[in-house]
Unconditional design. Structure first.
Length: 231
C-alpha cells in the first residue's frame, strides 16, 4: 500500500534534485555571507571538481563493465559502439577535470601549451580556441538526454535510452547550457556574468553524475535482460 507513494516520491525527488542543487549554489554565490564558502567549493581541486572527477570515473568504469557484459551476452553492434564511446567520453572528462594528474604529480605545462591554454594546464577543454564550444557540449548532452528519454519506448532505442529519472537533470543541463551560450553574446550585468561562470562547475558535476547514474542503471538492466542477438 505504501510502496507506490514512496516510489512516486522518489521519482519526484530525483527530478527536482538537480534544480535544487543549482538553486542552492546560486543562492550561496549571490549572498555576501556565503559567497566565499560557495566560491571555495567550486575552485580548482576542491569539492565540486573532485566530485565531478569521481562521478565521471565511475561512469567510465561502469560503462566499460557494461560493454564487457554486452560482449559476453551478444549485444548488438550499435549498443557496444555507443557505450564504448560513452565510457571513453566519461574517462576523458575525468582526466580533464584533474588536468590528467598534473595537480597531483606537479609536472609543468610546456610553454607552447601555456600560451594557448586558458588555465595554462595540460588540458584540451581549456584551450582558448575551445572555450566558446564548452557550453555547446553541455547543451548537446542535455538535449540528447531529453530525446533519449522520450525515445525510450521506441524499440530501436530501447537499449540506449536513459531512465526517465534523469529527465530533470537533462533539462537543467540543457537550459543552463542554453543560457550560458546566449551569455557569450549578451551580458545583462557583471553579477550575472560571474554567476553563470561560477555555475559552469556545478553543471559539469551534473553531467558527470547523470552519466554515472545512466551507466549504473544500464548495467543493472543488462544483468536482467538478454540483449537481442547480433544481426
Amino acid at each position: 500500500m505504501t510502496s507506490q507513494p514512496q516510489h512516486r516520491g522518489f521519482r519526484i525527488g530525483a527530478q527536482i534534485l538537480p534544480l535544487a542543487v543549482v538553486a542552492m549554489f546560486s543562492l550561496l554565490l549571490l549572498s555576501t555571507k556565503t559567497h566565499r564558502i560557495a566560491a571555495t567549493l567550486i575552485q580548482e581541486n576542491h569539492a565540486v571538481e573532485t566530485a565531478t572527477f569521481a562521478f565521471a570515473l565511475i561512469a567510465s568504469v561502469l560503462g566499460f563493465w557494461l560493454v564487457g557484459r554486452l560482449f559476453k551476452r551478444g549485444g548488438t553492434r550499435l549498443t557496444i559502439v555507443f557505450y564504448t564511446l560513452f565510457a571513453l567520453g566519461m574517462f576523458f572528462i575525468a582526466g580533464e577535470e584533474i588536468a590528467w594528474g598534473q595537480n597531483w604529480l606537479h609536472f609543468t605545462t610546456p610553454d607552447a601549451w601555456k600560451r594557448v591554454n586558458y588555465q595554462q594546464e595540460t588540458t584540451l577543454h581549456n584551450l582558448n580556441a575551445l572555450q566558446s564550444m564548452l557550453e555547446l557540449f553541455a547543451l548537446t548532452y542535455g538535449v540528447s538526454g531529453i530525446i533519449g528519454v522520450a525515445l525510450g519506448r521506441v524499440r530501436l532505442f530501447s537499449e540506449l535510452a536513459p531512465p526517465s529519472l534523469l529527465l530533470g537533470c537533462f533539462i537543467v543541463i540543457a537550459v543552463f547550457a542554453g543560457i550560458d551560450f546566449m551569455h557569450d553574446y549578451w551580458i545583462p550585468n557583471r553579477r550575472f556574468d560571474n554567476l553563470v561562470n561560477d555555475l559552469d562547475e556545478v553543471i559539469e558535476l551534473l553531467v558527470a553524475a547523470s552519466g554515472a547514474a545512466y551507466m549504473g542503471w544500464r548495467l543493472c538492466w543488462a544483468k536482467t535482460v538478454t540483449p537481442p542477438t547480433k544481426v
